[in-house]
Design a protein around this ligand. Structure first.
Ligand code: NDP
Length: 240
């Protein structure tokens, strides 16, 4: 275990679900946290320690650069990045509203790549840790999840390449792949049949709580500097 006291983190998508739980858990552990998302009212409501709310749209590269700069300007360093912001607009390929594909690629994939790119110089300086949020959908694609799964498979590829580039420079790259977590994620699905299916699926298991995923993130960042937890797969016990 290493002390997290005084470390500085940027958590994207911190206004709800997993991101809010991770930001809170890190702050409680003594980390100074920049919490980024578009709904700043939600960020302002986060409590538990030093949390700096920043308006962030990860699909906008300038907004990403500004959030990283604001963090470093305020706290002087950056040790932990939790690349968590994401949307899941699932539905079949046939007849899909391709603007939803665009939104998922822009947010989940390109957005997280922008964050890694902007934060990397500071992580190299601090020998920090970057957490990349994938999914069980980044391991197995299934009917109806094509575009979402493509973004998560893409995150895995980018993550492994980044790991190989920076691990010997002391930066730890961690991919976390949760199964079903009780958050707002599935509620944004616009396809009525998929929305109903997702609701039923989530209701059929004892889902993970966002705090369960936050615990896993804490486990990875708490390791001593020579230990890199590269992948975490965490599912509800009931999820097949
Ligand atoms: P939520 O919908 O509760 O949270 C998503 C977060 O992403 C919100 O804070 C939202 O904030 C933020 N976000 C969305 N678009 C943007 C954007 N353009 N810029 C900045 N922030 C954005 O869902 P989860 O907590 O479940 O999702 C978090 C991550 O976990 C996602 O990457 C998701 O794919 C992944 N995941 C979730 C699983 C689950 O079952 N819930 C399973 C596996 C992975 P705002 O709208 O305020 O900008």
């Amino acid at each position: 275990m290493q002390s997290l006291e005084g470390k500085v983190a940027l958590v994207t998508g911190a206004s709800s679900g997993i991101g809010a739980a991770v930001a809170t858990a890190l702050a409680k552990a003594g980390v100074k946290v920049t919490a980024g998302a578009r709904r700043t009212d939600r960020l302002a409501a986060l409590t538990g320690g030093e949390i700096f709310p920043v308006k962030l749209d990860v699909s906008d590269e300038q907004s990403v650069r500004d959030a990283v700069a604001a963090t470093v300007e305020r706290y002087g360093r950056l040790d932990i990045v939790v690349n968590n912001a994401g949307v899941m607009l699932v539905g079949p390929v046939q007849g899909a509203d391709t603007s939803e594909w665009n939104r998922m690629v822009q947010t989940n994939l390109l957005g997280s790549m922008y964050v890694a790119h902007a934060a990397l110089p500071y992580l190299l300086e601090s020998k920090g840790t970057i957490i990349q949020t994938s999914s069980t959908s980044g391991r197995t694609a299934s009917a109806g999840s094509g575009a979402y799964a493509a973004t998560k498979f893409g995150i895995n590829a980018f993550t492994e390449a980044l790991r190989q580039e920076v691990t010997t420079q002391g930066v730890r790259v961690v991919q976390i792949a949760p199964g079903m977590v009780d958050t707002e994620l599935a509620s944004h699905v616009t396809d009525p049949a998929m929305l109903e299916m997702a609701a039923k699926l989530y209701a059929s298991v004892r889902t993970l709580r966002p705090e369960d995923v936050a615990e896993a993130v804490l486990y990875a960042v708490n390791q001593p500097a020579h230990v890199a937890v590269n992948e975490i797969l965490i599912r509800p016990t009931d999820q097949v």
